[in-house]
Structure formats: structure tokens, C-alpha cells
Design a protein. Structure first.
Lengths: 185, 185
DNA sequence: CAATTTTAGTAAGGCGGCTAACTATCAGTT
DNA sequence: AACTGATAGTTAGCCGCCTTACTAAAATTG
């Protein structure tokens, strides 16, 4: 399963203060929060990936199947490769590869759309649905365990702070017109 | 640059409440915090990766060079492939590949260790050092911008909460003796 | 001192992402 | 109706991670 390099031990705050003398744009508290985010994100991802590996699935395939699954309420849902690519923020080529292996393994089925022959409809097979029902209880239990060191208040605070970070990241990723400073790098 | 699938729009809280009726171990607040963590981590990573791509480097190579770089204070530092693998939490084979391309591009140099012929010493070249000094100001500036939507207090709160999440993830990833429940999945 | 175990680094092959380019199809325009 | 532009999905090749297995070297054991 593909991991990313992540620091095992983060630099101490004193290191960041020291480095900020040489790099005036380095704010130690911001940098520390950033490194914690990257590391926590990677460590949590690795725990989840170990669970996926135990079920012989990858995180990408799991998310595709999750998006294809029928769910109560107005949850994110897709039924074409283009929709999957859009909702999962990856390229259509990536989705083709994931659907190739999911179809090979019998979890999904692709069918040409008679109304628009450019498109394919994608559905979970019975096998795929049963697989999801088998993995989801443990999946959600693991998430609860992962976040279990935080109180409910802390979980909500974390969500709120991370929403702010996501919004900022999205705006920095937006076209240069929104952020001339970003374009200058 | 390799990205991971990440939900463009997270399910609303009501979806999680609905799903928790079917999956009793699903705690909506925990699940929401988890999804925010995964998404914020991926979005922030993508912004950083765009910066790396603009400098024709990848996040993995950058971290390797960062670990090789001489720094003031007691910052994480490595000088052999095994140390790099350990501090970056990846396999030694992965580090070999990264050093292969870094050496090809003239950023690092590997030399056999005369005292222990199993080992290689790895150093940044002058070109590697200059590259790092060229990229680091913009790197730290971008981190400051990414976290710039948060007050200093919020940055510290985020660090504290993520530290708790990391500790929990690390303990869940530990051998089964520490967590019989984890071993049961 | 010899045998065994451990460590270090690499090679090979696989997987899952990317980009670029392609074909086929549909939508819009003239 | 023909042409042009946009959309959908796929293919090919590349890159960066993995695991497994290997060789070489050092450490440990008896």
C-alpha cells in the first residue's frame, strides 16, 4: 500500500524558532500545526490502510465503492466514471484503472449508457454490496477508535479548525486571479 | 504527482447520523472529524505538491534532502539510507529509489562508509544545498499562508488535538499486544 | 575461531497515481 | 445538415511507493 514519507519525530518548537531567524516567513506555531496535520493525516491513513489491506482492498477502490453504494439521505453518490472522478478529486484515467480492477474482481459492473454512448453506468454487484456491508462495521469502529482520544467537544473543535484549513488550502489552490501572491511562487 | 482520492464534498452531519442507525459503532462527531482530517491533510498536501512541482521536485525527495541538510539545533538529521528510512517512516528500498534519482540529478552524493562497508554515507552536494536554500523561503511562506486562516491560539489548539490523534493512531498501529481489539479486525 | 544471526542496501516486479493523447459521442453554432 | 467544440472514457508510458528476495558485511553466539 502506498505510503508517503512522513517525519517520525517532528522537530521541536525550539528548532522552528531557530529556523525562523533564517526564514522570516516561517511562523513557528503555523509550521508546527502544519507538520502535525501532515503527520496525523498520514498516520491515520496508514491505520486505515492496514484495515483495507486486511480486506484485500485499497483506499482508492474503497472510496469508489463507497461512492457507488446506495445510501440513505443526500450523501455523495456517483454512477459514472466522470462523476466518480469529480467527487474523488482525481483524473478520469485514475478512475478507469480503479474500475478495471474492481470489475476484474467482480465488485462492479460497467454498462454503456444507451441515452449517451459516451458514458458508462457503473454499479456495485451483489458481491460488491456484500463486501461493503462486511467491511463497514469495522471501518467505522476503527474511525471511532482513532478519534477516541478526543472528547466530543474536541472532535467538533478539530472539525471546525480543519474546515478553516481546507478553505484556505482550496483558495490557495484556486487560479492565480484569486491569489496573486500564490502566483508569484 | 501522486494524489489520493479524497471526497470533494464531505457528507453532511445528517448523513452520518442516518448511517449511525445502521452502524452502531459509527459516532457522527468522530467520523466527521476523521473525514475533515483526511481531507484537510490531502488538500494541504496537494498545495505543497504544486509548489514542489514548480521546483521539479517531489515531496519525498524534498523530505530526504531536508533530513540531509545541516540545520541549527537538535533537528531531525540523517546521513545514511537506513537512518533516512527510519526517520521518514518508509522502507529502505524506497530510500534507495529516491537517492537514485537525487544522485542522478546531482543533488546528493553517496559514498561507502570505510568503517562499515554495509553502509553508505549520504550528503547534499553544493547543488543540493543551493536548491534547498532556493526553495525553503517559498516553502515556509506557503505553510504560513496555509495555516493563516487560524489564529495563533487556534494553531496551538490544532497542534494539541492532532498530537492526541497521532498518539492514538500510533497505539492502534502498534503490535496486537497493546490493543487486542485492534487485532480482532 | 567458526557458525549463525542481524543489518544495510539494492534489484525486480507489481500497483496506483499522473499526464498526454487518442477515439467516439454529444451539444452547439452557423 | 455540416462543422466545430466539448465531453467521456481509455490507452500508453512514467513515477514513486510497496514487498520480496538477494548479496555483502558486521555483530553475536557458542
Amino acid at each position: 500500500m502506498q505510503q508517503r514519507l512522513v517525519l517520525k519525530d517532528l522537530p521541536r518548537y525550539e528548532c522552528l524558532v531557530e529556523a525562523s531567524k533564517q526564514f522570516p516567513d516561517l511562523q513557528p506555531a503555523a509550521c508546527e500545526a502544519f507538520m502535525h496535520l501532515i503527520r496525523a493525516g498520514e498516520e491515520v491513513t496508514r491505520v486505515m490502510n492496514a484495515h483495507f489491506a486486511a480486506h484485500n482492498i485499497t483506499q482508492g477502490r474503497f472510496l469508489v465503492m463507497m461512492l457507488l453504494m446506495e445510501k440513505e439521505g443526500n450523501c455523495p453518490r456517483a454512477s459514472t466514471p466522470a462523476e466518480l472522478a469529480d467527487l474523488a478529486s482525481v483524473s478520469r484515467a485514475t478512475i478507469t484503472g480503479l474500475l478495471d480492477t474492481l470489475e476484474r474482481d467482480g465488485y462492479v459492473l460497467r454498462r454503456p449508457d444507451p441515452a449517451d454512448r459516451r458514458q458508462m453506468s457503473v454499479h456495485l454487484t451483489i458481491k460488491g454490496q456484500e463486501f461493503m456491508h462486511g467491511i463497514l462495521p469495522g471501518h467505522f469502529r476503527l474511525i471511532t477508535q482513532l478519534m477516541g482520544n478526543l472528547s466530543a467537544n474536541e472532535q467538533q473543535t478539530l472539525s471546525r479548525l480543519l474546515t478553516k484549513v481546507s478553505m484556505q488550502a482550496a483558495s490557495l489552490a484556486a487560479p492565480a486571479a484569486d491569489h496573486p501572491a500564490a502566483a508569484q511562487s
